[in-house]
Design a protein around this ligand. Sequence first.
Ligand SMILES: NC(=O)c1ccc[n+]([C@@H]2O[C@H](COP(=O)([O-])OP(=O)(O)OC[C@H]3O[C@@H](n4cnc5c(N)ncnc54)[C@H](O)[C@@H]3O)[C@@H](O)[C@H]2O)c1
Length: 298
Amino acid sequence: MTEELRYDGRVVIVTGAGGGLGRQHALMFGARGARVVVNDLGGGQTGGGGSSAAADKVVEEIRAAGGEAVANHDSVTDGARVVATALDAFGTVDVVVNNAGILRDVSFHKMTDQDWELLQDIHLNGTCAVTRAAWPVLREKGYGRIVMTTSAAGIYGNFGQANYAAAKLGIVGLANALAEEGRAKNIHVNTIAPIAASRMTETVFPKELLDRLRPEAISPLVGWLAHEACAETKGLFEVGAGYIAKLRWERSHGHRFGGTTDFTPDDVARHWAGITDFTDAEHPTTMNESLTAVQRTA
Ligand SMILES: NC(=O)c1ccc[n+]([C@@H]2O[C@H](COP(=O)([O-])OP(=O)(O)OC[C@H]3O[C@@H](n4cnc5c(N)ncnc54)[C@H](O)[C@@H]3O)[C@@H](O)[C@H]2O)c1
């Protein structure tokens, strides 16, 4: 048995930690020596309301178990205030787990401007706001671990979730760019796509399945990605019910028309089977690797 991974001396911010998955992450960090900022505005599932009770209760739980934690009740869209709580209480920040979120499921043709904007605001802008406020501190100390939360709805697409899917895949784009910008400063940025029972999914999955999708099954991956011993960055992982797997982009070998501009839609149609054939597929991981295919052809 290996030694327990600990976070002694580390300051961890978990957003949306008043319930669901975030609460489990916060409890795990608290139990393993981290000083935890439990952020949650205690809002309703679709973004309304606001009560400090949710975050306060989790702080009490962490303290009752012998850990250290403070609450923050601001929206993640006020990212600077969330990070200020960490700086005021503990003097620094080492780990940011961007987890807060809401849903407003509605088919695209019925979606209102507010349904769209609220989802971009809380998921994408909120993730950016908290991360951006922490970024200079992480850069300055040459250390940081950031875990983003996306969704299979964004990765694969899902009916009735255009607003959520767009925001969630926006977070993956943000993570990919920040992983590159953080690399030289030992700031690692990874993204999880969880599946777990919470108020967010209680109306989506059948009860028998929900009973097996325990939110505790997400936190171990978050814990590893947030640890100083973990070298992983720019990773994207599916996680749930004791299953963890890594995703990557796959590009077909492709068809080369040969650096020429004199091919037509008819030529594209003729070669469609080859263009979309994944035999000998490639797995580019950077812009440079992506560009090599075009460079080889040009
Ligand atoms: N549960 C799943 O199967 C699942 C699947 C895919 C993605 N996710 C993502 O995982 C994350 C956690 O979801 P969950 O299932 O635990 O849902 P949840 O509703 O139980 O928890 C989300 C928490 O975020 C808080 N929150 C909402 N808006 C906030 C804001 N503006 N500022 C601060 N806190 C805010 C809520 O009060 C709530 O406590 C979300 O980002 C969600 O999109 C969950």
